[in-house]
Design a protein. Sequence first.
Length: 449
Amino acid sequence: MADLSIDFAGIKSPNPFWLASAPPTNTGEQIMRAFDAGWGGAVWKTLGDPIMNVSSRFGAVDLGTYKMMGLNNIELISDRPLEVNLKEIYEVKKRYPKHVVIASLMTETKDDWRVLIKRAEDAGADGLELNFGCPHGMCERGMGSSVGQEPKLITEITSWTKEFARTPVLVKLTPNTGDISEAGLAAVAGRADGLSLINTIKSIIGIDLDRMVVLPRVGDGSTNGGYCGPAVKPIAMHMVAALAREAGITVPISGIGGISNWRDAAEFIALGSTSVQVCTAVMHHGYRIVEDMIEGLSEFLDQRGMKSVNELRGAAIQSYKEWGELDLGYKIVARIDDQTCIGCQVCVTACNDGAHQCIFTGDEEKQRPPHAHAHGPAKPPRPFPVGLIAGARVPWIDEPECVGCNLCQLVCPVPGCISMVEVAGENPHETWNDRTRDGRTKLPGGIHD
């Protein structure tokens, strides 16, 4: 079995699976149950001066029968006394010395940071996570994402904490910013030992149309909250990858955002994460999900011949390129398996109304649309395919017009029915950057033609 243990800025963890700072890490009792389930670490729910929370705190977006595709949270940091939290941190570390406990912190003045850091470290925290990402409630008070959106403040406050800290300092970044690399570099400039991202995305989850009140409803109103869950995973992966490939980011990354299973975790690690943090999936399914995560990642690494999870880290980064570096000569087209096609023709509608009008039905020639690149009518394949299930309702692809956009495959309800197949293209293997260097960026049909 592959070795799942990691070293995050000097912090040893039995595996890369950590709980993110959130309701699942609100108390020591919860975190101890999580460690019993198999989690390698936990980031304690953010500590600072206790706050007041509202009643009615969560809202969600469902997708079909999938509950909580996206979760909106207007809950603030810990509302429990600091001393209570610190005693529980001490107890957790006493009982689970080989597991990671990171104290998430948020406060204002330099002296507040000094005192809070000392108390957290004295309680036994293995490291500190500076919460510069919370997008609601605390940012209006000059903390959270109001810091994370200002690179100068990120550098300054991180530098303060490094004056006082004896343990590694992670900076948690907000996605509510224009350039995540700028924020990450600012944290590194402040001597951060690691980065964690993303925090939640500022959002409004919905409207109660009967009452005309924003959700989740708190009496006669509500506020914007932090959006998380599977829906934010693509945004999170982009930001993690942007930092992982940035030469100036020389510290480890803890990836957060929509991680629900071992595959999600593997993708984040392949994009440069050393550890991954999970919140929404645990709120949905409980701590037990880590068992499948550990088993699934272990089996994947074994199948790939990797002896350690560290071999997976960053494996996909080289493939993440700017658009101008992509191969303009690469070409794929759609192919429909007539033996598995059910004749629903969803692909026909999607292609006709939302893509490139190159999927047809029937065994006769079809008139191509006026804007088609190919000349003459579209010709059906011969012999014409008769499906095992769909009969003559099997659609066919006008390959000369197919641009390989993937939409038909994405909407097809039958797994494996539509495949995207690489074919010889008409264009040479070159990039837009190649054309730019050669002065060949002018294409016919432009503004002045």
